[in-house]
Design a protein around this ligand. Structure first.
Ligand SMILES: NC(=O)c1ccc[n+]([C@@H]2O[C@H](COP(=O)([O-])OP(=O)(O)OC[C@H]3O[C@@H](n4cnc5c(N)ncnc54)[C@H](OP(=O)(O)O)[C@@H]3O)[C@@H](O)[C@H]2O)c1
Length: 332
């Protein structure tokens, strides 16, 4: 197989640097399945890795990209054969293992999901880790008895990938949704996705008491820090908060009072590693009854591999909106 193009992260002294390299299959981390990559996508983690703003890679040099979709080129695992359409999200790809921002990927069979009927290869990447994570939050909250009658779901970081898809999913499932955003200029986008209310995060009174007036039925939090602290104080009795991200800060300065006086639950969301049955089940939901209705609004742009560094810079600056799909190769 001839050499191919890859966006790799290198360690240069104490910093990291993204470079376009021409590499061969033998340069990739080990795995049973070789995939001709059709599409990848950009998540916050990819943006941190590519800009060097966060240490995401374990080992260097490493191909970036935690998501990919494409067609199996060869497989030494009997569950897959050449020509199968597949997707991969998380599973340490683009972190400890070489990722999806390259024309070929080689991954463990345990990471590979057959492309569900109902999704194209590009739609799978419009969803990507962001969609999978939002679906995991919905699943965990439903399992912990979240119902629409409990009140609106607050979604933070709503103009981002996870937040945008979360708005769509919760709305479809009958919940009222409030988008708490730092970008009021995106209010019409958020309403188009299904937000019933758009709240300006910069003017919101976060309060300081262990319990403030209960306002939200539950919450999907992508920010952490003071925003997550605020949510613990303002979610109504028995409400759930899905803790997904740390775009604001990794800290949480709250008390146990919301948990013991309101029965609030803080649910951890970890999309990288989860039981395979959950992974297959959530992708099936995303391809069918939970398929976002606004996917084309959320992911309107498809960029090339060369454009990835510039879009990653927009993402870490908090200026991006929705999801970005990266077209890698082939005629798909
Ligand atoms: N737990 C998991 O398995 C998992 C999976 C996927 C993602 N994540 C995490 O979830 C978060 C969201 O991921 P994503 O891919 O949706 O990212 P994204 O597309 O870059 O969106 C992040 C959103 O957060 C807000 N934001 C960004 N920087 C901020 C800052 N400094 N302070 C406050 N708000 C800021 C912005 O929304 P507004 O302007 O609308 O406020 C932005 O659109 C990230 O922290 C990511 O690492 C975790």
């Amino acid at each position: 197989m001839p050499n191919f193009n890859a966006l790799r992260i290198h360690q240069v002294e104490k910093a990291t640097q993204a470079r376009f390299d021409s590499i061969s299959i033998d340069d990739l981390s080990a795995g049973e399945v070789v995939i001709r990559v059709a599409y990848s996508s950009l998540n916050y983690k990819d943006a941190l890795a590519v800009t060097g703003k966060g240490r995401i890679m374990r080992g260097y040099p490493k191909v970036a990209g935690i998501d990919l979709s494409g067609v199996v080129d060869s497989s030494s695992d009997a569950h897959f054969k050449a020509g199968d359409a597949v997707l991969v999200t998380g599973c340490n790809v683009g972190e400890a293992l070489d990722g999806g921002l390259a024309e070929f990927a080689r991954v463990p069979a345990s990471a590979v999901v057959p492309l569900p009927k109902g999704l194209s290869l590009s739609q799978a990447m419009a969803l990507g880790t962001a969609g999978f994570t939002a679906a995991m939050a919905l699943r965990r909250m439903l399992e912990n008895h979240q119902v629409p009658e409990m009140g609106p779901i607050a979604v933070t970081g709503p103009t981002g990938g996870v937040g945008s898809i979360a708005i769509d999913l919760f709305k479809q499932c009958g919940f009222e949704v409030a988008a708490i955003t730092g970008k009021m200029s995106a209010a019409s986008y958020l309403r188009e996705l299904g937000a019933d209310e758009v709240v300006d995060r910069n003017t919101l009174d976060f309060g300081s008491k262990p319990l403030e007036t209960a306002r939200w039925g539950g919450a999907v939090d992508n920010l952490g820090g003071d925003t997550l602290t605020y949510l613990t104080r303002t979610v109504k009795p028995w409400g759930n908060i899905a803790s997904i991200g740390l775009a604001q800060a990794p800290t949480l300065n709250t008390t146990v009072i919301p948990f013991i006086l309101r029965g609030v639950s803080l649910l951890g969301i970890h999309s990288v590693e989860c039981p395979r049955a959950w992974r297959l089940g959530l992708w099936d939901k995303l391809a069918h009854e939970w398929k976002p209705r606004g996917l084309e609004v959320i992911a309107p742009r498809v960029i090339t591999l060369q454009e990835v560094p510039a879009v990653c810079a927009e993402m870490v600056a908090g200026r991006a909106q929705g999801r970005t799909v990266v077209r890698i190769g082939g005629n798909f």
